[in-house]
Design a protein around this ligand. Structure first.
Ligand code: BG6
Length: 494
């Protein structure tokens, strides 16, 4: 059985907690994975008593689509695990209330005073909360393990990410810190490692001898979803590229680790991130394309352009699309470009990693000579497919591309939500699926030339003003993204 533990959620009444985190906790608890000696303390700045918080959580669970079907009586039982404390995160009081809650939990359940502190707050509060916990001795592990989970975004740029890491390390040891990148919690992202390192046939082909290039796409059909306050400051590079796409890249390109453990895997990711060729500010527009959507139609409905979304600045230069060519300076990948693209308001939601192999060296059939593609569909229609050429039935030797397809639903099980996977891993102390300090730092280093070139300094008009909007909502982004690939390659039609 799991050790007794308390989950302390900062920002417990926020959007993320309501939509993802609380349903994930409930599901894990109902499945018995968190044990019975478990409780949750919600922390907020908002005044609320325990009863109001319990009502809030139950309402959130009923509302969220991600909540597992409750067994009879289980919601009522879950309710009893919930407590709430509030206060100013800069002062000491709220942290002494947390200490009191941990003592209460110990009195109720016995055992050690284990606690997971989950920061589901705006990023400006990460440092004050970490410091507050430190001041009151709550990061000290003498009476039980203590772990800190931090939501994205981790920093706003390289400098602020380093400052945040330094601030956190003044209180916590790196082994206590769990930085969330929810893409790593997706089953299919984990399957990328399973397929690469659990089979003998792929790895021999996974290099410059056989691979022509790799395409990583994370397309979203959604627009801003009322998040202008955050997104105007972030833009697509910070929102998706620096974290989720860099992680997908690292897992695709890294060397096989010697073992499936947190540091072995993260060491390999760090090595490949370090091998990415620097993108100097002066060369950004040769290897990267940015876009912002204008009005268009999606699924037959008119949708507004980015600049028409509520609370977006007039003439905003915030990019909602990016395509990037990365080069990796190591033996395995020399000369093999990695093309990454992600954007909002594209024709559909699809995330895919496609390894595109070289053409056959000699064409003995008419036509043919297509490149084989091994594609990992991260979401939706989770699966893996291999595209190759085959003879079509008939008298003549005519080749056509066919697809061999593995679908995840063949397992007949529902895919776990990334949040429940990551939360459980943090509870049991497995950091494999959490980016380490040096990974986050390197990912910022890789995109920093892009940010320096594209960011508009506060209060100024955009520098070489990009010609925004430059793609129509519901299309695959600006045309320049095609040119990025050169004459002999093209983006997959998804
Ligand atoms: C989040 C971004 O990290 O990832 C969102 O902030 C984005 O803008 C989301 O929509 C995409 O996640 P998923 O799991 O739906 O692909």
């Amino acid at each position: 059985a799991p050790e007794p533990a308390t989950l302390v959620i900062f920002g417990a009444t926020g959007d993320l907690a309501r939509r993802k985190l609380l349903p994930a906790v409930f599901g894990l608890w109902q499945d018995g994975l968190l044990g019975s000696a478990f409780n949750i303390v919600g922390i907020g700045r908002q005044e609320m008593n325990d009863e109001q918080f319990k009502d809030f959580v139950l309402a959130a669970l009923k509302e969220s689509k991600e909540t597992d079907t409750p067994q009879p009586g289980s919601l009522e039982k879950f309710r009893e695990l919930l407590y709430y404390e509030f206060g100013d995160f800069g002062g000491d009081e709220v942290y002494s209330l947390i200490d009191k809650e941990l003592r209460r939990a110990q009195a109720d359940h016995g055992g050690r005073k284990n606690a997971l502190f989950y920061l589901s707050t705006p990023p400006s509060l990460f440092e004050p909360i970490s410091n507050g916990l430190g001041r009151l001795g709550l990061a000290d592990e003498s009476e039980g393990w203590r772990r800190l989970v931090i939501e994205k975004p981790f920093g706003h740029d390289l400098k602020s990410a380093r400052e945040l890491n330094d601030a956190i390390h003044r209180v916590w040891d790196e082994s206590q810190v769990y930085r969330i990148d929810h893409y790593l919690g997706k089953e299919t992202v984990q399957n990328l490692m399973a397929i690469r390192f659990g089979n003998a046939i792929f790895e021999p082909l996974w290099n410059r001898g056989f691979v022509d290039h790799v395409q990583i796409t994370a397309a979203e059909d959604l627009g801003l979803e009322g998040r202008a306050g955050y997104y105007e400051e972030a833009g697509v590079v910070r929102d998706m590229l620096q974290n989720h796409l860099m992680q997908l890249f690292a897992l695709t390109a890294m060397e096989p680790p010697a073992a499936f453990d947190a540091n072995a895997i993260r060491d390999e990711k760090v090595k490949v991130l370090r091998a990415v060729k620097e993108i100097p500010s002066g060369r950004v527009n040769e290897v990267a394309v940015r876009g912002q959507y204008g009005p268009g139609t999606l699924y037959g409905e008119d949708v507004p352009g980015y600049r028409e979304e509520p609370k977006v600045r007039e003439g905003s230069a915030t990019p909602t699309y990016v395509a990037l060519k990365l080069e990796v300076d190591n033996w395995r990948w020399q000369g093999v470009p990695f093309f990454l693209r992600t954007g909002k308001r594209l024709p559909k939601k699809v995330t895919e990693i496609a390894v595109v192999f070289k053409r056959p060296p000699l064409g003995i059939f008419p036509g043919g000579l297509e490149r084989n593609v091994l594609a990992f569909r991260i979401q939706p229609d989770e699966g893996v497919s291999l595209k190759f050429s085959s003879k079509t039935p008939g008298q003549e030797m005519v080749l056509r591309e066919v697809v061999m397809d593995f679908r995840y639903d063949a397992f007949g099980a529902q895919l776990e939500s990334p949040y429940s996977r990551l939360l459980l891993d943090a509870m049991v102390g497995d950091a494999t699926l959490f980016p380490r300090e040096d990974e986050v730092d390197l990912a910022w280093q890789i995109v920093s030339g892009i940010l320096d070139t594209w960011d508009t300094p506060a209060g100024r008009r955009p520098r070489k003003g990009p010609d925004f909007p430059n793609y129509v909502a519901g299309t695959w982004g600006p045309d320049e993204a095609d040119e990025l690939m050169g004459p002999d390659r093209r983006w997959r039609r998804l």
